[in-house]
Design a binder for this molecule. Sequence first.
Ligand code: NDP
Ligand code: MG
Length: 428
Amino acid sequence: MYQSPRRLCSALLLRDAPGLRRSLAPGPRRPLAPPVLRPRPASPRLQAAASGAGRSRPGTVSSMGNGTSRLYSALTKTLNNSAAAQHPEYLVSADPEHLEPIDPKELLEECRAVLHTRPPRYQRDFVDLRRDCPSSHPPIRVMQWNILAQALGEGKDNFVQCPVEALKWEERKCLILEEILAYQPDILCLQEVDHYFDTFQPLLSRLGYQGTFFPKPWSPCLDVEHNNGPDGCALFFLQNRFKLISSTNIRLTAMTLKTNQVAIAQTLECKESGRQFCVAVTHLKARTGWERFRSAQGCDLLQNLQDITQEAKIPLIVCGDFNAEPTEEVYKHFASSSLNLNSAYKLLSPDGQSEPPYTTWKIRTSGECRHTLDYIWYSRHALSVTSALDLLTEEQIGPNRLPSFHYPSDHLSLVCDFSFNEEPNELL
Ligand SMILES: NC(=O)C1=CN([C@@H]2O[C@H](COP(=O)(O)OP(=O)(O)OC[C@H]3O[C@@H](n4cnc5c(N)ncnc54)[C@H](OP(=O)(O)O)[C@@H]3O)[C@@H](O)[C@H]2O)C=CC1
Ligand SMILES: [Mg+2]
């Protein structure tokens, strides 16, 4: 049974070694107060997550890959405690027994309490896309979201119409969690994650997710003063629904050269149906002028996915911020690949052939940037999209665009429900 927030919090405090908790305190930008002493609306559980940073589950496939040493040094750099700097192994020590479950409803309430001065979340509805009889198994809900790295939002992105108060991490993280908790995805694919160890991993693991993080080797977050470490891709799945079969961290190459962009690909098995599929998350190189580079990164990712799915014998879902409009070469590579992929959000258009008009909308010093860059690709024969979450309208986004007090990222979340088609082996 779930415990009340206060009981959970004090239980955590009793068990946590004081030195460990102190050593995992966030950097100087966010000094850690003892959770029990901070009055509402600050959330004890949200703070407990910060104090319990750095734990990862045994059984989680190594998420360090090529970036291990840099990740250690980058994270250690943000800590103001010298003991932690001398013992960076604290940051990855695994102790799942210390992680008691959280009731998602209670965490949602805590987020709402923190956000009580903010405008309410905008309503987004799921669009029913079923074309035939419902599957006997519950759908697989997948969420794709570039959540906006805290360091980039505050230090690099130049969102000129976004008030700095709207970017405060203590509240913005609650808006991000609220969005995740509202849709309760079975699989969560995130980009620009620079608060994995102190926020998302500890909290989401207590909600039943198993997570993997792969940081960018040279994250631009590290250029920002008081950064919280490198940003990267993160992939979470609900442990009660899936078993991890294999996990691969991929540093993408372009024309055989190693690049600064990464992907995670995991083969999962549905515990209910026994069916396997592969899910991948990526964030391709940003900015105009890099179209050929992105195209090469996309080809490398497709090649890796071909190997992992044994030439498409296992159905595939690929989520990402591709930083590419549908007119770009990398999009065309994905649309025409021998992996037989379709882009899920096209199904929201009347003819099923057009991508949405935007997935990101912001105002920089250079002007307004409204683009379709984020996609959920899926094996078109083996899987069906049964519903998709509609995007925010222009009116909801508002004249100052994103991020805002209403919405925590410059990218919209994409959420789809998938079901396996019958006779998948004949249809791949
Ligand atoms: N020390 C070294 O040897 C190296 C250091 N680096 C560092 O990495 C950085 C580049 O990393 P890389 O991964 O290629 O970065 P990208 O060009 O892919 O962009 C990084 C981030 O910047 C955001 N972004 C996109 N357009 C703009 C814009 N116009 N203004 C501000 N931000 C924008 C992107 O967000 P979104 O996807 O949402 O658009 C993305 O998350 C360099 O600035 C450098 O700091 C890189 C290589 C080597
Ligand atoms: Mg960005």
